[in-house]
Design a protein around this ligand. Structure first.
Ligand code: ZN
Length: 137
């Protein structure tokens, strides 16, 4: 039965136990063979460095269709309830019209017109309201 765990003595060449610290034949200090201590070279995995994440963040240019920011709902409610005072005209930035409504509020005509305008505002599409009533600059 051959003992696999043997190595040859560096001095006398006798097969000695690999774990023995000294040769049992000649008494020489055994040197553990290099193949037992040398660890296999670690394969250098040179991982290709991913290029810096050049997140090409395209500048989101919002070409807003120049909205006035006016709400047709607010304008409509103002027109229906305060239309006689031209409040909705002031709200929509039409100061001249607002003053005109305010001057003629005693005739109740602006109030009637205001209610009608408020209904028109509320029933108009956002685009139409924006184009026809809100953006008059
Ligand atoms: Zn020996």
């Amino acid at each position: 039965m051959a003992n696999a765990e043997t190595k040859n003595c560096t001095q006398c060449g006798a097969p000695i136990d690999v774990t023995a610290s000294s040769c049992k034949y000649c008494g020489a200090e055994t040197v553990i063979s290099p193949q037992y201590v040398v660890t296999p070279p670690q394969p250098q995995y040179t991982q290709p460095q991913p290029p810096p994440q050049q997140a090409y963040q395209e500048q989101q240019t919002y070409y807003q269709p120049a909205t006035s920011g006016k709400s047709k709902v607010v304008a409509g409610i103002l027109a229906i309830f305060l239309g006689g005072l031209g409040v909705h005209k002031f709200y929509l930035g039409k100061i001249g019209w607002g003053i005109l409504y305010l001057v003629f509020c005693w005739t109740y005509i602006p109030e009637i017109i205001g209610v009608i305008e408020g209904i028109i505002y509320l029933t108009s599409s956002d685009e139409k309201f924006e184009a026809q009533y809100a953006s008059n600059r």
